[in-house]
Ligand binder design. Structure first.
Ligand code: UDP
Length: 300
């Protein structure tokens, strides 16, 4: 978990810290054995403050019996929300996020009259997505700082691969709602939001609202980090909350780096380790791109 994430009522700030109330993953997450998947017994990780030997045990028992360079199973269900212009339910292991893309006529006032569209994103965790119920922002009367940080990341990332001048004066709202959180929710949101956006663009084209697709490429994201001295791809909650280094990497389908959020929590990150993490992430994003392409090809 990145150190600058500051969930109002939720996640613990850094590795080794005691999890605050609301900072547990979904019930059942982390309870099953690696051999039987989905997740290994990583109770130590959940209670925080593990030593290096324990961290190595976590490494040996990755969820789904994964090696350090493997991702959790990914599933993308397109059209999950029929009422949205485009949508997808994405699962990365136990992390599940509903992503919708809703097109609306008009743009924010500061953009009006320019003939260009706009794309923006919102992110939220549903109350039961974590072990302890996470209160909705509306009931606290303010938006959680972590949610603001994540939704800006999602919006920035998706704007990289859309030509807003081809959208006309309309806005696409990407809404990413976490059904179940087990680490990597911002990355799953970006990967799923791309599918929702591509489906929304297809629908706008089929209704002749736009002449051609405004998409200029694809985008996906994956987390990686160093846990117990080992570089690993796609951290689940137990790994994320005990990582010495935690990174979220956003890349285009062509391999262009869009954003790298890397935080060293105990020891500084060397340039060589960063390169190793980026190489892991690039492989993972290659797989995610193939998943996205397959899903979109099946729909059209
Ligand atoms: N988490 C939680 N409650 C919160 C925030 C986070 O239980 O309020 C858990 C959740 O499993 C999440 C993980 O901590 O996926 C890592 O959170 P982080 O802020 O690093 O974001 P993410 O990895 O989900 O993008």
């Amino acid at each position: 978990m990145s150190q600058d994430s500051q969930p109002a009522s939720g996640a613990q700030p850094a590795s080794g810290a005691q999890p605050a109330s609301g900072a547990q993953p979904a019930p059942g997450v982390g309870e099953q054995s690696a051999s039987g998947s989905p997740n290994p017994p990583i109770e130590d990780a959940h209670s925080g403050g593990i030593d290096d030997e324990q961290a190595k045990r976590v490494v040996r028992k990755r969820s789904y019996g994964r090696t350090a360079s493997e991702m959790r199973p990914v599933e993308i269900e397109p059209g999950f929300v029929r009422t949205a212009t485009g949508s997808a339910l994405i699962s990365m292991g136990e992390t599940r996020v509903i992503c919708t893309a809703s097109a609306q006529e008009g743009v924010p006032r500061w953009m009006a009259g320019k003939g260009r569209g706009w794309l923006t994103a919102e992110y939220g965790m549903l109350p039961a997505s974590t072990g302890d119920r996470k209160a909705r922002d509306i009931s606290k009367g303010r938006l959680d700082g972590r949610s603001v940080e994540i939704q800006r990341l999602i919006g920035r990332s998706l704007r990289v691969i859309i030509d807003l001048s081809l959208l006309g004066e309309r806005t696409i709202y990407l809404d990413c709602d976490v059904l179940q959180a087990d680490g990597g929710t911002r990355c799953a949101s970006i990967t799923g939001a791309y599918v929702a956006l591509a489906l929304a663009c297809q629908r706008l084209q089929s209704k002749e609202r736009i002449e051609r697709s405004p998409l200029t490429g694809s985008i996906a994201a994956v987390s990686c980090g160093v846990v117990g001295g080992v570089a690993m791809l796609d951290l689940d909650y137990g790994e994320d909350s005990n990582a010495e280094v935690d990174a979220n990497v956003v890349m285009t389908g062509e391999g262009g780096l869009v954003e790298v959020q890397a935080t060293a929590e105990r020891t500084p990150l060397s340039r060589a380790s960063l390169d190793e993490l980026l190489a892991l992430a690039a492989d993972g994003i290659g797989e995610l791109r193939a998943d996205q392409e397959r899903v979109l090809a099946d729909v059209s």
